[in-house]
Ligand binder design. Structure first.
Ligand SMILES: C[S@@+](CC[C@H](N)C(=O)[O-])C[C@H]1O[C@@H](n2cnc3c(N)ncnc32)[C@H](O)[C@@H]1O
Length: 217
């Protein structure tokens, strides 16, 4: 039986069609059970900062551009927003940024090395304003304890919210943590506004900031 020559050649793609993996800043860990070594994720060894719930990456892109001497990791659970951060970061030519699509509290507890982050940023997390939903708030004593585990001594925990009740709650939870002391948000950091913050400010809604320093154990 003769085999048509077209079916023999169809199996092997021409060399110039062999696809290269598309460049991406999205970090896809080999395992989410073993704690990864961040040095393998970011090309240069330098201090690193994390934004939890980084949304479309507006803050991170600008801040990472302003600080090439630091590494940045964004954590975001929504695919569309993760992809947006990726696209914008690639367009900006950033080499010091990665974005991880994973649940925030899990990521901070299990994907970050201990006592290593120079800063953790949490900007405009959902305030869950109804009392019966307060248990869903990201900022709670257990989460703050995992942030303290991830922060290097002297590292900073920065928060922002438009919701006054959540602001009070953040201050109380972080203030009750013996490993944190109040600090100031540096003006150059405060000047970098986030996507949600831009929306609030445009509508005349005031935003509030908190900063804490990680004390030594
Ligand atoms: C209100 S938006 C703020 C986004 C950004 N920080 C800003 O200020 O523009 C909160 C972001 O956190 C993300 N987020 C909420 N809960 C999360 C979770 N449990 N894990 C990861 N991301 C989460 C949402 O998808 C959303 O992009």
């Amino acid at each position: 039986m003769s085999i048509p020559s077209s079916s023999l050649t169809a199996e092997v793609p021409p060399l110039n069609r062999v696809s290269q993996p598309a460049p991406t800043l999205v970090w896809k860990p080999e395992s989410i059970i073993q704690r990864p070594r961040l040095a393998e994720v970011l090309p240069q060894e330098q201090p690193f900062e994390v934004e939890v719930g980084c949304g479309d990456g507006s803050f991170l892109i600008r801040y990472a551009q302003a600080h090439p001497e630091r590494n940045f990791l964004g954590i975001e659970r929504l695919l569309g927003r993760t992809r947006k951060t990726d696209r914008k970061g690639l367009r900006a030519g950033l080499r010091n940024l990665r974005v991880l699509r994973l649940e925030a509290a899990y990521s901070v507890e299990f994907m970050l090395p201990a006592a290593a982050a120079a800063a953790v940023h949490v900007y405009f997390p959902d305030p869950w304003p109804k009392r019966r939903h307060h248990g869903r708030r990201l900022i709670n004593p257990a989460f703050v304890a995992t942030v303290c585990r991830a922060l290097a001594p002297g590292g900073r925990f920065y928060l922002r919210t438009d919701d006054l009740d959540y602001f009070k709650h953040m201050g109380e939870v972080c203030g009750a943590c013996p490993l944190l002391k109040r600090a100031e948000t540096p003006p150059d950091l405060a000047a970098v506004i986030t996507d949600f913050e831009r929306g609030f400010l445009a509508r005349g809604v005031a935003t509030n900031r908190l900063a804490f320093e990680r004390l030594p154990d």
